[in-house]
Design a protein around this ligand. Structure first.
Ligand code: NI
Length: 259
């Protein structure tokens, strides 16, 4: 079985066919789908999906860096309240985004560090978004890894050097559709990455792999990423499946029947 470790399947883009989309994932061998939170506006739909599909769809809890604004304290309070009430598979997604808007850069750091502390407190991994900010995110997690922080840099697409620094901290790399893009540096970098630190993700509905590039992405496309990774590493797709699933189960403390 495959695990899609990062999919925003509660997105409105699927609202007419959640059930069908999850069935397609199941047929493709994708038996677990981890859902990163964005902000209070999407928690309801996310938790509802988990209620409807409790062994397949597992929620994270957190505040996305692109949702950090003047509501920050209120949003963090909401996250904290959810964390107190029930179990989540991870904190996320959090991190830093220096691509879109730097207005709330300082607040992004504050939100990220608060969430790193919660990940340690609740003993769950952290899922990091690091667009145009990978080194900055590494610098933040370095302060927390000695206290036991674990996690993944989701949608990793950086250099070999950045990958090495991340792995040195014991963090995993989330590999998705970008791997299949023509001229993606990631394909070259991926040949050198140790399988022990790779997990698969779609980031649905974004970043669909070839041949669906530019279209809506969904968890059933995970085997396309696995196939590409297998070709780059000169191993079988079954080996990619076994290794990445084992890594994801370890990182997110998953069991076969789940909790
Ligand atoms: Ni995401």
């Amino acid at each position: 079985m495959f695990i899609d470790t990062h999919a925003h399947i509660y997105s409105e883009e699927f609202s007419d066919e959640y059930r069908e989309m999850i069935e397609r994932a199941d047929k493709a061998g994708v038996k677990k789908i981890l859902m990163p939170a964005i902000d209070a506006s999407t928690h309801g739909t996310m938790l509802q999906l988990q209620e409807n599909h409790p062994t397949t769809c597992l929620s994270m809890m957190g505040l996305h860096p692109c949702s950090v604004n003047e509501n920050l304290e209120e949003e963090l309070k909401t996250v904290e309240n959810h964390l107190k009430q029930r179990k989540f598979v991870a904190i996320g997604e959090t991190g830093l985004d220096f691509h879109w808007d730097l207005t709330y850069k300082e607040q992004q750091y504050h939100a990220f560090e608060q969430q790193a502390e919660w990940a340690i407190e609740y003993k769950i991994p952290i899922v990091i978004h690091s667009r145009k900010s990978t080194q900055a995110c590494i610098d933040v997690i370095k302060k927390y890894t000695p206290k036991g922080l674990r996690g993944v840099f989701h949608c990793f697409s950086g250099s070999q050097e950045l990958a090495k620094s991340i792995i040195k901290e014991g963090f995993y790399l989330g590999i998705g559709g970008v791997l299949t893009f023509k001229n993606a540096d990631l394909a070259e970098v991926a040949t050198q990455l140790p399988m022990e630190y790779l997990i698969l993700e779609t980031d649905a509905p974004y970043l669909a792999p070839v041949p669906y590039r530019g279209k809506r992405n969904e968890p059933s496309y995970i085997p396309l990423v696995a196939e590409k990774l297998a070709a780059l590493k000169s191993i079988t797709i079954e080996e990619v499946e076994t290794l990445t699933t084992k890594n994801a189960m370890e990182l997110f403390n998953l069991t076969d029947d789940n909790a």
